[in-house]
Design a protein around this ligand. Sequence first.
Ligand code: MTE
Length: 333
Amino acid sequence: MKRFRTPNKIAPSEITPKDIYLNRRHFMQGGAALAAGLSATGAHALVQPEGGSATPSGPDWLERKVAAASTTAYGQSEKPAPYSAASTYNNFYEFGMSKSDPSRHAGDFTTDPWNVTIGGECEVKGTFALEDILKGVNLEERIYRLRCVEAWSMVIPWIGFSLSELIARFKPLSSAKYVEFITAERPKEMPGQRSVFSTIRWPYREGLRMDEATHPLTLMAVGMYGDVLPNQNGAPLRLVVPWKYGFKSIKSIVAINFTETMPETSWNQIAPHEYGFYANVNPDVDHPRWSQASERRLPGALFGSNRIDTQMFNGYAEEVASLYSGMDLRKWY
Ligand code: MTE
């Protein structure tokens, strides 16, 4: 297995219990906020789960790295969904088709060790340990809206880094026009992959055009709500593309390939007339079977469905609309 550098081995004595380093971190952030005189973006604490800490666990080095993430201005005005909603209402068909299946069945999925294989049109190829993939990367919290093609949405505080940072390290060639992402295929651990009812051709795969992949909003996430990702949300490494329907945000990535031609993507393979390659959130282009003009913001209100208007590019038009100038978005849905 190739590595970027020899990994730093962390002595067990250096590992601080999670509650202690989290407290220390909040103390330090408080100090930094005072020092900065509470600047415009401010120094906030990472968004934490309601009612205490989250339950997922990852390797110590990753937990420490995630807890040390910085906060940014991205989405600070949004109200994140409760952790209990974001971690139990999921789409992760590898673990079953109903929304509660992933949290019920993904608990024993092995995410450590984790390797990612890089290939295709790039200079630096090989299989890399996750620790090496994340070496030198500074994690930050970004609060993004996630709009599912099924017309529900949630606000989630992710912890990750711009995919562009990672892409640069593999030195894509000028022939690399697209980036393909592939999820783990482990039917023994993923009951949905053994199901006779599944229509997905495993492994789950997704893709982006190179300019989409290197856009600063495109995030590689390794955490949420101040902690590592729970398995049902795509541990240990997933994509988050906030202006596209949620199915583009592929989970538990084991391979990234640089390609000359548009890669095949799972939902497009299943129903090309319903799910396009681009899958940009667009209230003006309906799904053949339902309207995309509005969405149910989860969690719902006690009385009423909490329905809100869907925004073009999920509200990120100012940042991303120029990527598609001159394109007919009805044709390239
Ligand atoms: N990635 C894989 N590998 N398998 C999946 O079934 N579902 C997608 C996406 N990534 C999916 C996936 C869909 S349809 C959505 S809406 C989001 O994950 C949901 O992410 P969440 O469960 O973290 O909210």
